[in-house]
Design a protein around this ligand. Structure first.
Ligand code: NDP
Ligand SMILES: CC[C@](O)(C(C)=O)C(=O)O
Ligand code: MG
Ligand code: MG
Length: 406
């Protein structure tokens, strides 16, 4: 890795000339701005409540009264990024949702990327479909780790634990160990993942699906990611983590710790992001159906209106904006019922957080996803959801959308 402070002008020019590798799909790439442009670019983004700390353009932003550090992609124009990683090989170990998104983005950013997966698995086929070439950019897990300088452990969290005894001896001095989740390292008593003492251990955890990591990148945007350092041997671990974060398609990176990342992530996905919303949708739908409403009416009033109209308004402008976009009748009633839902849900969320913190969620995940049949077993449960009336009704509702795609 070249130091970001030691790059010469000619090296930067050479890096700028390097043709980014062929993308499997067309990509609106983040622009490769020069340093002088960068300096100007920083200024407009440093709005009120923003201060810039030093030459690296780190920003401290005021989040509702709490100051937090944020790193942004515009501080890493493409030539600088390519120069920084000119001597590195990013080895994506695992090719699930994140391996796909992060791997293709880093490749399209012109970085040296290889993929390592087991040869008889589903991921090997998927990687080949995405243009990774066996023997050139696609290898067994062991060979990819051997060839890589930055080992990006994107196996399933259960597989990270299962393969650790094979992987650990291959993480030799001068390599960097990267994760997208604090899971393995934080719950080491359950996973046995204890990184070697002589390597940097870093994390960039996109706060969104790997599919979104890819689609946002292709739109020229970037996903929000968490960034953290577990072990800093070189004194450059944070800088490297931020640079990799940009390389894999992050727009902004929020500083955290491995522990905070894994607790909040396991909690959020079981809560509002996935489990909570699924349970809430189903409960509302069931009561409507029990009271004689048709499937289409129950679905429209529960899922379709939420996802197509109201939730995007919350996303774009906040909760109060969504309220103001609805009738005064709705506003009054929703304001009355919100605290009732909050009160009912609070103990559930408290129980969930405890279950994350005490390792129960980790144990469950390791047991289930560590099975040889993990894909089939998950697929079976997901099929059961797909067959529920609510989601069958949803398919027909979606099929009527003008932009419907199967
Ligand atoms: N999915 C997401 O969007 C997000 C994921 N993360 C984190 O990123 C990491 C990767 O997650 P994700 O991309 O979802 O991948 P998955 O959890 O879906 O894991 C899939 C990968 O693990 C491999 N794998 C599973 N079991 C084994 C095994 N026993 N031996 C070898 N390889 C195995 C699979 O290979 P095969 O096909 O051969 O089974 C596949 O390449 C995790 O740490 C996760 O928590 C973080 C943010 C979001
Ligand atoms: C919400 C699920 C997630 O945490 C994610 C996409 O961020 C995951 O583990 O996949
Ligand atoms: Mg998660
Ligand atoms: Mg997550």
């Amino acid at each position: 890795m070249a130091s970001m402070f030691s790059r010469s002008a000619s090296a930067a020019r050479n890096a700028a000339r390097r043709a980014p590798r062929t993308a499997t799909t067309s990509v609106v790439r983040p622009s490769a701005r020069s340093y002088s442009l960068l300096a100007r670019a920083i200024a407009p983004s440093a709005k009120a409540a923003t201060s810039i700390q030093g030459a690296r353009g780190i920003k401290t932003l005021d989040f509702a009264g709490t100051k937090e550090v944020v790193y942004e992609r515009s501080d890493w124009p493409l030539p600088k990024l390519q120069e920084y990683f000119k001597n590195d090989t990013l080895a994506m170990i695992g090719y699930g949702s994140q391996g796909h998104g992060q791997g293709l983005n880093a490749r399209d950013n012109g970085l040296n990327v290889i993929v390592g997966v087991r040869k008889d698995g589903e991921s090997w086929k998927q990687a080949m479909e995405d243009g990774w070439v066996p023997g050139e950019t696609l290898f067994s897990i062991e060979e990819a780790i051997d060839r890589g300088t930055i080992i990006m452990n994107l196996l399933s969290d259960a597989a990270q634990s299962q393969t650790w005894s094979t992987v650990a001896p291959l993480i030799t001095k001068d390599k960097t160990l990267y994760f997208s989740h604090g899971f393995s390292v934080v719950f080491k008593d359950l996973t046995n993942v204890i990184p070697p003492k002589d390597v940097d251990v870093i994390l960039v955890a996109p706060k969104g699906s790997g599919r979104t990591v890819r689609t946002l990148f292709k739109e020229g945007r970037g996903i929000n990611s968490s960034v953290a350092v577990f072990q800093d041997v070189t004194g450059k671990a944070l800088e490297k983590a931020v640079a990799i974060g940009v390389g894999i398609g992050s727009g902004y990176m929020y500083e955290t710790t491995f522990e905070k990342e894994v607790y909040s992530d396991l909690y959020g996905e079981r809560g509002v992001l996935m489990g909570g919303i699924q349970g809430m949708f189903l409960a509302q739908y069931k009561v409507l159906r029990a009271n004689g409403h048709s499937p289409s009416e129950a679905f429209n009033e529960t899922v379709e209106e939420a996802t197509q109209s109201l939730f995007p308004l919350i996303g774009q402008h906040g909760m109060d904006y969504m309220y103001n976009a609805c009738s005064t009748t709705a506003r009054r009633g929703a304001l009355d019922w919100a605290p009732i839902f909050e009160k009912a849900n609070l103990p559930v969320f408290e129980k969930l957080y405890e279950s994350v913190k005490n390792g129960t969620e980790t144990k469950n995940s390791l047991e289930f996803n560590g099975r040889k049949t993990y894909r089939e077993d998950l697929a079976k449960e997901l099929k059961e959801i797909d067959e529920q009336e609510i989601w069958r009704a949803g398919k027909t509702v979606r099929s009527l959308r003008p932009d419907y795609k199967q």
